[in-house]
Every structure is written in C-alpha cells, then in structure tokens.
Design a protein around this ligand. Structure first.
Ligand code: PBE
Length: 302
C-alpha cells in the first residue's frame, strides 16, 4: 500500500466508525424486559391535557398503587404530543406508559393494550351519554326526538375518527358517513319532524370521539331542516352550558367516572337523554410488546 492510500484507508475507517457510533447513540434503547421498567422511562407516564378527567384518575392511580412514593410521575402534555411520543416509541420498540382511552384511533393505529386496574381507580367501562338542558324537550321536541334516537358503536364512530385523523374535514367526514349508512340514518331520523330553521346549539369537548359524534349529529339535524351550531368547550364549561341553558344539548358526557363530578354537581339541572355509545374506557396503556407488564400493580416492581 502506498502511504497516501494507507492514510485514505485509515481516514475512511475512522469516518465509518464515527458514523456507526453516532447512529448507535442516537437510536434510543429498545424495551428490555429483563431490566426494571422505571429507569427505562424515567419513572414517567406520558399523559394528556391537564384538564382531562382521565388525568385526575391517573394521579389517583399513582397514589393508590404506591407509585408516587417510588418517584413515578405523570407528565402533562396534549393528545397530539402524547400520540406522537407513542408513535416514536413504537417505531423504536421502546418502553412507554400512556394515559389511553377508547374510543380513540390510537387503539386502531397502534398495537397497545390497557393495563389491568385491580383497584378500579379508572372505573369499569364508561358510556357516552347525550345530555340536554331541562327545557329542551318542551321547546324543541323534534330535535329532542332525534337526540333520543341517536346511538352507535365504537367501530362506527371509528369510521369518522380515522378519516378526520387522516386530515379530512369533520363536517365532510360526517356527511360521507350519512351517505354511506342510509338504513342507520333512517332509524335515527324516523318520525323526526321538519325543523323549519329552528335553532339548536350543541356543545362538546373537542376529543376526537366527540368531534366525530357532534359533527354527525349536527349534519343529521341540519338534514331535517334544523339550524345547528356546535361549540367546543372545556369539560366544566360544557356541563355548565347545559345546566344553565346556554346550550341545548351535548353528546359528549363520559359517565359515570370521567365526568362523574359534573353530573353530581349539576344533578337535577340537566336531562340524561340516553347512552349514545357503550363500552368507553380510560386507563393506563402500554405497547403489546411489553409482554411482562399487564397490570398497573406491576409498574412498581418490574
Ligand atoms: N378523554 C378520555 C376525556 C374523556 C375520557 C381523554 C377523552 C377525559 O379524560 O376528559
């Protein structure tokens, strides 16, 4: 080898080594089931908005399962930040614990599972209720009739949620749903009289699930000639809007756990019209590849 060539070879190998090392260090470590879980995720549960009912339950869980005293913490962020952290973790096969809930597209898009909650801190399953202001049935029996007939399933709701998650406008996704499900729509609209421009005001909390249901109900009402406006609010003002009569109805009440406090606070000041979706659930969730972690109780020791 000539001297020049030797320098070139040494230089090249150094370069490759550097690239190799930096690639290694930038790729985060994959989940290791043989090591303790806590240190792998900085004893941190990736949460969502501070105002979410589920965050309150998650805080309670930290205490109830003795995690707080072991320095576990709940990180506040947003649905968007949480799902993007989850996305990255899953791509890298890393450990992660999130505040998860159903119905939501995260359970369709990612291989994740709820952790068992033997102390029942998150409650069992929940239902999504339609609630109305007390005088609404009297003032607008037609729109009330539609609300009292509206109910669907998690997989039906997912059709709209996934489209919206793919970037489709929620109103358009709701209209498409209506044109694809004529039989179901006919049942929802059965016997509902023409609205003749009568106003209806729906309030909701802008979770993906409620964006789907509220936009759909608005399109259904408008298709019968009602003039429907929808307004997104935080959970507390959403409940207050119904209780004070500032709004007519909402299809986004999570009961009995997540919005349980509001239902209690406004008892007698709202009408519980019906359950519009059964089998909602909140809780801590992890990727399915974390095979040895199946219960919140196990977070502490594993
Ligand atoms: N969530 C789950 C809402 C309702 C249940 C995040 C969509 C919340 O926790 O407030």
């Amino acid at each position: 080898m000539t001297r020049k060539l030797r320098i070139l070879v040494v230089g090249l190998s150094l370069l490759l080594l550097t690239i190799g090392l930096s690639a290694c260090s930038s790729k985060p470590a994959a989940y290791n089931p043989h090591k303790k879980l806590g240190p792998q995720i900085n004893y941190t549960i990736t949460g969502i908005d501070a105002g979410a009912g589920e965050m309150g339950a998650a805080q309670k869980a930290l205490t109830a399962y003795g995690l707080k005293s072991k320095n576990w913490q709940l990180q506040t962020s947003s649905t968007a930040a949480m799902t993007s952290t989850l996305d990255k973790a899953i791509k890298n096969h890393q450990a992660i614990v999130i505040t998860g809930w159903q119905p939501h597209w995260m359970f369709t898009k990612y291989p994740i599972k709820f952790l068992k909650d033997p102390k029942n801190v998150f409650g069992k399953t929940e239902n999504l209720h339609t609630i109305a202001r007390t005088g609404f049935k009297h003032d607008n029996p037609g729109a009330y009739k539609l609300l009292s007939q509206f109910h669907w399933t998690k997989s039906e709701m997912s059709e709209i949620m996934l489209k919206v998650n793919d970037g489709q406008d929620p109103a358009k996704a709701a209209k498409n749903y209506i044109s694809k499900h004529p039989k179901q729509v006919a049942k929802w609209l059965a016997g509902v009289p023409e609205g003749h421009g009568k106003k209806v005001k729906l309030t909701y909390v802008a979770w993906d699930s409620e964006i789907a249901s509220t936009n759909l109900v608005k399109q259904l009402l408008d298709s019968k000639g009602y003039d429907t406006t929808i307004q997104s609010l935080e959970a507390q003002p959403m409940w207050a809007s119904i209780a004070t009569g500032a709004a007519d109805a909402s299809v986004s009440a999570w009961l009995p756990t997540t919005h349980g406090l509001y239902a209690k606070q406004y008892k007698g000041e709202f009408v519980d019209v019906r359950v519009n979706l059964k089998g909602a659930k909140t809780g801590l969730a992890v990727p399915k590849y974390m095979k040895n972690i199946n219960s919140i109780e196990e977070l502490k020791n594993k």
